[in-house]
Design a protein around this ligand. Structure first.
Ligand code: ATP
Length: 242
């Protein structure tokens, strides 16, 4: 079986700052990777590089064995990589339906239709003809994920899923994501600040600090202490220096 998504030694800069350094992982079809790490760790830059909106200076991204590193974002969407970005970025004056249908027109053909997105995110149903600018945070997140799904991705990138949402809204969004995960067809890379949530949802966890991989593995194989140390960038050496 060809590996669905390979990220190999990816390095990204913002000017002189190396925001992502030598990050690698591989995901099979339907696998979920949660990316965790403190503010400024490089998570969003990593997601942008996979989506094609930030050009890496080193490394390689392959989708189903094909190198997509040089593909611009709009081509990657057609290849099957879609992102729901941090801040959601919906067209505020357009209705939820219009926001969703634009994605459908620019993506790939597939099983995700407007009707199926509304099944997965029932909270959007009564809002469908409302301007997106009037939605709450949780509703905006649902619409942004629905928009990405309507491009019929094989790799879904979700940046900051629960940031700024009420606990009830987070629960609603994760119920929908659990349904998508259960189908085991859509590979997901999820940036999640809530450690408990990330560890409960992920097949693999990648913890970044200052652009680098601090810890990587399956949640069941990592201790809570290892994960929190990695999250805060605490190294054994530093501890022994204390
Ligand atoms: P956050 O959770 O705060 O969004 P993050 O882990 O997603 O953080 P990034 O947003 O990828 O991290 O930022 C990584 C580093 O790159 C940070 O030091 C940040 O200040 C810097 N950075 C991000 N975007 C830019 C930019 N457009 N220009 C210059 N530096 C940037």
């Amino acid at each position: 079986m060809t590996t669905r998504l390979i990220v190999e030694n990816l390095t990204c800069r913002h000017g002189l700052l190396t925001a992502v350094r030598d990050v690698s992982f591989a995901l099979q079809a339907g696998e979920v990777l949660c990316v965790i790490g403190a503010n400024g760790a490089g998570k969003t830059t990593l997601m942008n590089a996979i989506a094609g909106t930030h050009r890496p200076v080193g490394g390689r991204i392959a989708l189903d064995g094909g190198d997509v590193t040089a593909q611009p974002a709009f081509v990657r969407v057609r290849s099957g990589i879609a992102m729901s970005p941090e801040g959601r970025r919906l067209f505020a004056d357009m209705t939820v339906r219009e926001n969703l249908l634009i994605a459908a027109e620019n993506g790939r053909a597939g099983d995700w239709t407007l009707a199926r997105v509304l099944e997965a995110f029932p909270q959007l149903r009564p809002l469908i003809d409302m301007p997106a600018g009037r939605l709450s945070g949780g509703q905006r997140q649902a619409a942004a994920i629905g928009r990405a799904l309507l491009t019929n991705p094989v790799v879904l990138l979700l940046d900051e899923v629960s940031l700024g949402l009420s606990p009830a809204a987070v629960e609603g969004v994760y119920q929908s994501l659990a349904m998508i995960k259960e189908a085991r067809t859509t590979t997901m890379v999820v940036v999640e600040q809530d450690l408990t949530r990330a560890l409960g949802f992920a097949d693999q966890v990648l913890c970044m600090a200052e652009g680098q991989t601090e810890l990587q593995g399956m949640p069941g194989h990592l201790s809570r202490e290892q994960i929190t140390d990695a999250y805060f960038g605490i190294h054994d050496k530093e501890l022994s220096d204390v």
